[in-house]
Design a binder for this molecule. Sequence first.
Ligand SMILES: [Zn+2]
Ligand SMILES: [Zn+2]
Length: 221
Amino acid sequence: MYDFHTHTFLSDGVLAPTELIRRAIHNGYRAMAVTDHVGPGNLEFVLKTLVKDCAAASRRWDILALPGVEITYAPVEDIDAMARDARALGAKVVNVHGETVVEPVEPGTNYAAVSSANVDVLAHPGLITLEEARLAAERGIFLEVSARKGHGFANGHVVRTAAAAGARIVLDSDAHEPDDLLTRDFALKVALGAGLDEDEANRLLESAPLELLKKVGVPYP
Ligand SMILES: [Zn+2]
Ligand SMILES: [Zn+2]
């Protein structure tokens, strides 16, 4: 199992980073990113902790844990600079909290994310346009199929638009609590529910994560 979008008590999740990682190992995870919500103010604070905790977990336990961020409700004009700063502070996976259909995310957030050379994943992009998906394809930015309630309402649209644009997709839990962590069974249901066939779903769960790891410069050992 792979998962590149999870939260801890450093933002609005409930677990300590090392407990989240330990529970993910229990679910069969092989690699994951811990990506707490960040704005301009807490970027440094969050990464300082996640860089250390992910390094300790990866060194001592049988998992590749990557420090990351989810740039969340940042003013659209600041997203690219924040993504660059996150990278400089040690983030291996840079997600942007996209224009989910269930929240008033600032319009233009999807466009700013797929225009940035420093973003890896546009999380829950909602009703993303074909033009935005094409930009994501050009930059190699992954569009997220979300296993989270609410955000997942647009999964079918995301899958269809990504395919039309040639953009890559990745499936993430967006876990905030222990029960949100993926199991193979549930991830497969979400993938099939998004309109993929069995082969496409298996590719989403097995190959796409390895491609993402390669993109972020941490190929799976
Ligand atoms: Zn989000
Ligand atoms: Zn999230």
